[in-house]
Design a protein around this ligand. Structure first.
Ligand code: S3P
Length: 443
């Protein structure tokens, strides 16, 4: 649903050492995919640990509108009765995907090769984001697409009646593009192929294989190639959603920058395609250890133990960007407390997220006394011994910008305010109480 409530300003103040256990919510990417694949399987898919953030709830409602039965049994415990590949019906109303790029792009893919018609909308942030990156390949399958100028929402997709398989080279490394194409490929006879320039998060591939689809991945000279054989009968699977490493990044960052902190973050996904922030933090000298490594629901997970300590700035290579694409805002906060500059390369995609994240972070960090340089596809943050704070940050309907500046304020000399904490509910509804339990002063 579009975020329409009044803005909720919030202030974070310098904290005493943080301690305790941070039970962060279920992974957002996996939660969307579990609902969508559950809706495309025949029979009941039981999901535990589902993220009940607004983005995912919007996807659940959309799957119902396409004909699946989606039921909540308890906190995080959901079931989906799917209609099978090709079984969607045309929704009666408009599909409002709220703030969620993943939701709208994956659902457009999932329905684009079934002869149904749907109109998609979203909030002001989502309506500014580029959609042609997904609608162009979907049109190659035979879907007919009408978009607002610039390829923006609202968009109407008329699914193909006789879809044809597609081989698509994605111009940017994006799991949303890859996943939209693979979901479209499910209802197409023959092989659908996506070649991406760098490997991106592979939750769709893992879950498709788990549901019984034939899917193969290989490294080729142009990059990373995924081949899906169409028209499988998807078998419902129990999905245990691991905790989200992108959400874990916020309490982890807080523990790294608030002196004396020592926290534990259990059950976090350690999928290598999502691990870039943690690789970078270890290079910076962060004290992070992994306990009880195990496999849950086809994803590697571990318990993170994080202690405050000195950090050193590093250069993050462009090739790592895809594996930490949502973590650059919070890395730029951590970098403000490191010794020396941290250089983030190859991050142009940040400019088309829920906000222009390079600009939002650069402007907000400067307002809090941090030296930042940015170019179209890079950002450099100069760390310093004491970060003044005392500034106001504009969050542009972007949950990760809101949470990043609240974490900043836990370690600055003066409080940091943000204009609106409302969007945090899209991915981390429990953020403020969870941080408060660790000892943070956020109100
Ligand atoms: C996501 C992929 C990423 C990421 C987003 C979730 C996904 O977007 O930023 O939060 O679940 O596939 P891109 O694939 O566009 O980089």
């Amino acid at each position: 649903m579009s975020h329409s409530a009044d803005p909720r300003p919030m202030t974070a103040r310098r904290a005493a050492p943080l301690s305790g256990e941070a039970l962060v919510p279920g992974d957002k990417s996996i939660s969307h995919r579990a609902l969508i694949l559950g809706a495309m399987a025949v029979g009941e898919t039981r999901i535990t640990g589902l993220l009940e953030g607004q983005d995912v709830l919007d996807t659940a409602r959309a799957m119902q509108a396409f004909g699946a039965q989606v039921v909540q049994h308890g906190p995080g415990d959901w079931s989906v009765h799917g209609v099978g590949v090709g079984g969607f019906r045309s929704p009666e109303g408009v599909i409002d995907c709220g703030n969620s790029g993943t939701g709208v792009r994956l659902i457009m893919g999932a329905m684009a090769t079934t002869p149904v018609t749907a109109t998609f909308t979203g909030d002001a942030s989502l309506s500014r984001r580029p959609m042609a990156r997904v609608t162009d390949p979907l049109a190659q399958f035979g879907a007919r697409i009408t978009a607002r100028e610039g390829g923006r929402l609202p968009i109407t997709v008329q699914g193909a009646t006789d879809p044809v398989p597609v081989t698509y080279h994605t111009p940017v490394a994006s799991a949303q593009i890859k996943s939209a194409i693979l979901l479209a490929g499910l209802n197409v006879p023959g092989d659908t192929v996506v070649i991406e320039p760098e490997p991106t998060r592979d939750h769709s591939e893992r879950m498709l294989a788990g549901f019984g689809a034939q899917i193969r991945t290989e490294t080729v000279p142009e990059g990373h190639k995924v081949t899906l054989t169409g028209r499988p009968e998807l078998r419902p699977q129990p999905v245990a959603v691991p905790r989200d490493p992108s959400s874990a990044a916020f309490p982890v960052a807080a523990a790294l920058i608030v002196p004396g902190s020592n926290i534990r973050v259990p059950g976090v996904s350690r999928n290598p395609t999502r691990d870039g922030l943690y690789v970078t933090l270890r290079e910076m000298g962060a004290d992070i250890t992994y306990e009880n490594p195990r496999d849950e629901g086809g994803e590697p997970v571990a318990d993170l133990v994080v202690r405050h300590g000195p950090l050193t700035g590093v250069t993050v290579p462009a090739a790592r960007a895809a594996s930490m694409i949502d973590e650059f805002p919070i890395l730029s906060v951590i970098a403000a407390f490191a010794t020396g500059p941290t250089v983030m390369n190859g991050v142009a995609e940040l400019r088309v997220k829920e906000s222009d994240r390079i600009d939002a972070m650069a402007v907000g960090l400067r307002a809090n006394g941090v030296r930042v340089e940015d170019t179209p596809d890079s950002m450099t943050v100069h760390g310093q011994a004491g970060v003044p704070g005392g500034g106001h940050a504009v969050t542009h309907l972007d949950h990760r910008i809101a949470m990043s500046f609240l974490i900043l304020g836990l370690a600055t000399e003066r409080p940091v305010t943000i204009d609106d904490a409302g969007p945090i509910t899209t991915s981390f509804p429990d953020f403020v109480p969870l941080m408060t339990r660790l000892g943070a002063d956020v109100s």
